[in-house]
Design a protein around this ligand. Structure first.
Ligand SMILES: [Zn+2]
Length: 394
């Protein structure tokens, strides 16, 4: 990429990011914020307007300043319908889809069941069918700029699914398979990483911050956003926060070790602490957090014990993570939510008690994206990668 092209590309990306995070503003404010000359901002903004990515709009009175008396109330903002991104969450027998627009708003969500014994090629065909189905929404289909896929497993920087135990996939070049089928840019990402990015895009206040994510369910996925960037590590598999050690003994973790955080806070751990053993079927296990929450609220001892056990180990694990990463926010998500709603305050006070003296205590909260968080996150991965990896194209 020639130097001039690179400079223009960076300026475009920064303008789009600023408008997404801070909302519509004047050209003069953009120029000040990004340290660009008025001539540069005009050139890049006009180009983005001509490509339908941003639009001129009237601004609220708060933007009208004495310094710009000649152009009161006229500014630019993102054209939400200027580009769309499809996110796909590959789960156990379930594909969840989400389409987000250029303003990171969710345009639609849907889901389809599939046989968990399906081959990667069969899953590629299901995703291709979804893209074809988007033709019923012509504005989305015409402006679809990328597809993001998440899986609850290890993914390397090239989109290779290194290990996906729930579907028995190992070393599958899923990104290449899907890209060949769709002729669209495809990104593949670990589901917790994607959910973390999705939460950041959904909450502009977190965009430049540092946050830790734990996704609790069958496993305990983790991700770290440090100073606005997803922590990927040398080969892309960083952030396996569920496998930090919180005890010397315990139960076998999915990674084969003993004492991992995951083995104390996942659904199996909840079942053990609730006295339900390890014989619950998949459907009952999925309902278990609600069952335990109801038991707790009914004053039952075993419900109280199960909630306290999850809270205890989350407090231990999160304290270590806070000492390592110094986040502003810790976001908890996944189907453990009914239990977490009960014990969130206890975890917050436990972490405050445990972290090293002088550390700023982060806010610990539940994700606001609910069931579609990984699919929305996958779409934001496609969004981010599209604007980071290539000059903006219409
Ligand atoms: Zn482990």
């Amino acid at each position: 990429m020639a130097d001039q092209t690179l400079v223009r590309f960076v300026n475009e990306r920064n303008i789009l990011a600023s408008l997404r995070v801070s909302g519509p503003t004047t050209r003069a404010d953009l120029a000040r914020l990004l340290s660009l000359t008025p001539a540069s901002i005009t050139r890049v903004v006009n180009d983005l307007v001509s490509r339908d990515l941003i639009v001129q709009m009237a601004l609220p009175k708060a933007h009208q300043t004495a310094r710009e008396p000649g152009r009161p109330g006229v500014g630019v903002g993102l054209n939400a319908g200027g580009a769309y991104f499809l996110g796909v969450e590959v789960g156990v027998g379930l594909l969840r889809f989400a389409v987000i627009d250029l303003a990171a708003g969710v345009a639609q969500t849907s889901q389809v069941e599939f046989d968990p014994a399906s081959s990667p090629s069969a899953v590629v065909e299901l995703i291709a069918a979804k893209v074809e189905q988007l033709q019923t929404a012509p504005t989305i289909h015409a402006k679809l700029r990328g597809v993001g896929v998440t899986v609850p497993g290890l993914v390397d920087l090239d989109g290779h699914v290194v290990n996906l135990p729930i579907l028995g996939w190992r070393n599958i070049g899923f990104g290449v398979l899907l890209e060949d089928r769709l002729s669209l840019p495809v990104s593949v990402e670990n589901n917790a990483n994607a959910a973390a990015l999705g939460a950041v895009y959904a909450d502009p206040e977190m965009s430049a911050g540092s946050a830790i994510f734990l996704k609790l369910g069958t496993g305990c996925g983790g991700a770290a956003i440090i100073n606005g960037q997803l922590l990927r590590g040398a080969f892309g598999t960083a952030g396996e926060l569920g496998h930090i050690r919180v005890s010397d003994d315990g139960y076998p973790c999915s990674c084969g070790q003993l004492g991992c955080l995951e083995s104390w806070v996942n659904l199996s751990a909840l079942a053990r602490a609730f006295g339900a053993g390890n014989t619950l079927g998949a459907a009952k296990l999925q309902r278990l957090p609600r069952t335990v929450a109801a038991s707790f609220r009914n004053g039952e001892e075993r419900g109280k014990h199960a909630v306290e056990s999850i809270a205890k180990y989350l407090g231990l694990g999160i304290s270590s993570l806070v000492n390592v990463f110094n986040p502003n926010t810790v976001v908890l998500s996944g189907i453990m939510r009914p239990v977490l709603e009960i014990c969130l305050k206890n975890i917050q006070s436990d972490v405050a008690r445990r972290v090293i003296f002088g550390s700023r205590i982060p806010e610990i909260r539940l994700s606001g994206l609910a069931d579609s968080e990984c699919a929305i996150g996958a779409a934001t991965v496609a969004y981010q990668r599209f604007f980071e990896m290539s000059p903006v194209e219409n």
